[in-house]
Ligand binder design. Structure first.
Ligand code: ATP
Length: 373
């Protein structure tokens, strides 16, 4: 699909310093490293094809009032899968997965054949993009992963044409994707913006909360703005899996999560008795303390704050591409290869992330540096 004035946008992006030239296994492409009008950060240009960056989703902190004030039409509700966002595309006969930032992810691209039958889909829809979440413990990005998945899984949550940022409606997507062996996020069906229906939604959220799920995404039938609302306890998990980096993350990361948790606990009436609140307070306290205490222990024994994890890959050559990709994606995390072993038809890869900022903080604090606050 040819986009009007694509050259003009590329030149402007170049001038503003937000256009990066990338290459993956001979496939050359441009990546927008920041928003430039409709070309959101993560937009990719390959030849005359444009894969638009995935848009932000508005957050609501009050479920009922959020829905009643912003939605005047039927809406679909889906589970918010908790992993990392990829856009899957077929280019020049190769099926690849782009990260939110617009890099081809060597890991996800390598594992796509395990995640769904993308070949058949793209044979019939070569000009479409499938956006989805990769979830599970065997991934190179997230320490937290929801229960019930052993390795990794893919859940599609959006389809849009190349050269367009307009997604198909949830209804249209369900109809198309159900013809293929490509998993989709769980849909809870169609709702109407009425108090009675929202009560039903609150029950769904309570059970998502109990099973440790992240929350929901609300998709109006005709409108384009989507909304996200998260379960209370996922905030404790987020804190638990991030508090080893408490010295480097912005304080808002933590305060926002406490606010979200308190508001959703109140609206969903999660706490009925005093002792339940005490138990939650204890879990929250532990979530803060355990992470930092692990980081401190780590630093004292190894001289660095790290996370060691393992994943499986199909292609040996892509392991190095993954390490390089992870090192390019962040300047404050250094990734190194610990081991590679053959495991059936896969490579079992163990990697270590070394968190440079937290390590520097520990070093400075423990050698007795002073500062004014
Ligand atoms: P944002 O996308 O709003 O910039 P973010 O990058 O911090 O925020 P989240 O707060 O996790 O991401 O929420 C949005 C993301 O949720 C989407 O980008 C997508 O990757 C993911 N997601 C999971 N399930 C769904 C779903 N059913 N529909 C849409 N997005 C979903």
């Amino acid at each position: 699909m040819i986009i009007e004035d694509l050259e003009g946008y590329l030149n402007l992006a170049r001038k503003k310093g937000v256009l990066e030239e990338e290459e993956f296994e001979g496939l050359k492409y441009y990546r927008f490293s920041d928003d430039l009008r409709k070309y959101l950060r993560g937009t990719v240009v390959i030849g005359d094809k444009v894969v638009f960056g995935y848009h932000k989703i508005a957050r609501i902190l009050s479920l009922e009032n959020g829905i009643l004030s912003h939605i005047k039409e039927p809406f679909y509700v889906e589970e918010k899968a908790d992993g990392y966002n990829v856009r899957v595309v077929s280019v020049d006969g190769k099926i690849v997965a782009f990260t939110r930032g617009g890099f081809i992810c060597p890991f996800t691209t390598d594992r796509l054949p395990d995640l769904g039958d993308f070949e058949t889909f793209f044979r019939n829809h070569p000009d479409m993009v499938i956006a989805g979440e990769v979830v599970g413990p065997g991934n190179p990005y997230n320490e937290f992963s929801p229960a019930g998945i052993e390795d990794i899984a893919f859940f599609a949550f959006d389809i849009f044409p190349l050269g367009s940022w307009r997604s198909l409606s949830a209804e249209e997507r369900y109809a198309i994707l159900e013809k293929y062996d490509i998993p989709q996020v769980q849909s809870f069906g169609k709702f109407f913006p009425e108090t009675k229906e929202i009560e039903r939604l609150k029950d769904i959220l309570k059970s998502l909360n109990e099973k440790g799920a992240e929350g929901i995404v609300i998709k109006p039938q005709y409108g384009r703005r989507k909304f996200k609302y998260v379960t209370p306890f996922i905030n404790i998990s987020d804190i638990k899996y991030s508090s080893h980096l408490i010295a480097e993350l912005p304080a808002e990361f933590f305060t926002q999560r406490i606010i979200r948790m308190m508001l959703s606990m109140d609206e969903l009436k999660v706490v009925r008795e005093e002792n339940e609140l005490k138990e939650i307070a204890q879990r929250l306290g532990e979530a803060f303390i355990e992470g930092f205490s692990k980081a401190l222990k780590d630093y004292k024994s190894k001289g660095k704050v790290t996370w060691t994890f393992s994943l499986r890959m199909r292609t040996r050559e892509r392991i190095e591409l993954l390490v390089n990709h992870l090192n390019r994606a962040s300047k404050i995390v250094k990734v190194s290869l610990v081991s590679v072993d053959k495991e059936d038809s896969y490579w079992r890869v163990v990697l270590e992330k070394h968190f440079l900022k937290s390590t520097d903080f520990m070093a400075s604090a423990l050698r007795g540096s002073f500062y004014f606050d």
